[in-house]
Design a protein around this ligand. Structure first.
Ligand code: HEM
Length: 414
């Protein structure tokens, strides 16, 4: 590239973008062999476009991991907006990439067959950046499907690629960083709000109201038995999240991935997402789920195209092709699997344990006047009841349109 001057003098569109390199990087092998096939050009451009976008995804994911890796261990909340913005960008790129296969699908299998031989053993399986994306997001190595009993790493021989792969596996993945962040969700402390104890009580009350009472009232013995079974099924489902040991069994089996504490954090954020302090965390969790869905959609669109192009032929990389790729469209390849399954543990709004005034304050971005009003309400509720009963929800959203006042202690607590 022409030398870059700090003031940009002499820079042109072409030199800034180094178009000489980018646009001179399409060697159509069929042309070199003297038997040019029109569609090979599209095949190369498509793959290169994918790799460029993979590069951008890695750039964004690395920067997000960097923000999470704050040495103080807490996430600077002022940076959450950056994380959300970048995750949203990754999500949009993935959407584009999942759709982009359509353009390559304008090539017919017969056209592909005309130049497929020139690819020799080259295969998308050897895409280093794709593996880096998977690893940096936090795909679990143990759950990868091997083909020909071989690990994907064997296709990378150069020291630089190997070092990059090793680094992607040894440095904290986005999954690990998010897990640590969720474990620090305010409200989980037993000595304070003790969300987990309150949640379990609320679930039990809900299951009894909606399943047990209904089953007990049933007079027809056959229907009664069915309803009792439904009640038991509900209980068992929730037991699997209440009991840390049962949760661990599911983690060991690969059916769950987040630690027990982090699952509690994710659940708390989902249930209290209307509280101002949880708006952004909830958005962040939603984006992670979207990214995982889109990775699955990418795999799915790719495999459908592969089946259309080569049917049941083996891949140029040596795998069984369609069969191998199809087996990667599985929950085992989902990084944020637990966030998908969270909906099984949500409660109807009426049963969600109300927040105590202290917790309400922690999750609010209230003005001083609103905090004083909240304290007064709480004192009043305390004088009419001796228990640590939660306050009414009447202050929810009370900061609408008001200037937010935040204390130093508020800034970094996740
Ligand atoms: C005609 C089009 C395509 C065909 C027939 C095709 C075929 C295949 C096959 C058979 C495999 C399995 C490995 C092997 O044995 O080679 C594979 C893997 C892969 N391909 Fe493609 N592919 C096509 C287009 C693309 C495009 C446009 C991309 C974009 C980068 C891509 C990226 C990948 C990746 C990343 C893998 C590894 C997937 C994994 O192991 O989970 N492929 N492809």
């Amino acid at each position: 590239m022409e030398e870059m001057k700090p003031n940009g003098a002499g820079l042109t569109y072409s030199s800034y973008l180094q178009l000489n390199k980018v646009l001179d990087s399409q060697t159509v092998m069929s042309e070199v062999a003297g038997r040019p096939v029109h569609d090979e050009h599209l095949f190369i451009i498509t793959h290169q476009a994918y790799e460029l976008w993979f590069k951008q995804i890695l750039f964004e994911v690395d920067s997000i991991r960097h923000i999470f890796m704050n040495p103080s261990k807490t996430l600077d909340e002022s940076k959450t907006l950056n994380i959300i913005n970048r995750l949203n960008r990754v999500q949009l790129i993935l959407k584009l990439l999942a759709d982009q296969f359509q353009i390559l699908e304008t090539m017919t299998p017969l056209d592909f067959l005309e130049f497929r031989g020139y690819l020799a053993t080259a295969s998308g399986f050897q895409s280093l950046q794709f593996r880096l994306i998977e690893n940096k997001l936090g795909m679990n190595e143990e759950y990868r499907i091997k083909y020909n009993q071989q690990h994907y790493k064997r296709v990378f021989n150069d020291p630089q690629s190997i070092a990059m792969l090793e680094d992607s596996l040894s440095s904290p993945s986005l999954f690990k960083l998010v897990e640590g962040w969720l474990e620090r969700t305010p409200g989980l402390e037993k000595s304070e709000f003790n969300f987990w104890m309150k949640y379990q009580k609320a679930v039990n009350r809900w299951i009894e109201d909606c399943w047990l009472t209904v089953a007990q009232k049933e007079e027809d013995p056959v229907k009664k038995e069915t309803k009792m079974l439904e009640y038991q099924k509900q209980k068992d489902t929730f037991e699997s999240i209440f009991d840390p040991e049962k949760h661990q069994v599911l983690v060991d089996r690969g059916d769950r991935r987040l630690s027990h504490k982090a699952s509690q954090g994710a659940l708390m954020i989902s249930l209290y997402r209307d509280e101002p302090r949880f708006h952004q965390p909830f958005h962040l969790l939603t984006l992670l789920t979207d990214i995982d869905s889109l990775m699955t959609k990418w795999r799915s669109n790719h495999v459908m195209m592969v089946q259309r192009m080569i049917g049941s032929k083996v891949g140029t990389g040596g795998s069984s092709g369609y069969q191998y790729l199809r087996s990667t469209i599985s929950d085992r390849y989902k990084v944020f699997l637990d966030l998908f399954n969270l909906s099984a543990f949500l409660l109807p709004r009426d049963y969600i344990p109300p927040l105590t005034s202290a917790m309400k304050r922690t999750l609010s971005i209230l003005s001083h006047e609103q905090i004083a009003e909240l304290d007064a309400d709480f004192e009043q509720s305390q004088s009419s009841s001796d228990s640590d009963e939660p306050i009414n929800d009447k202050n929810s959203g009370a900061n609408n349109g008001q200037e937010a006042v935040r204390t130093d202690a508020d800034t970094d607590f996740f």
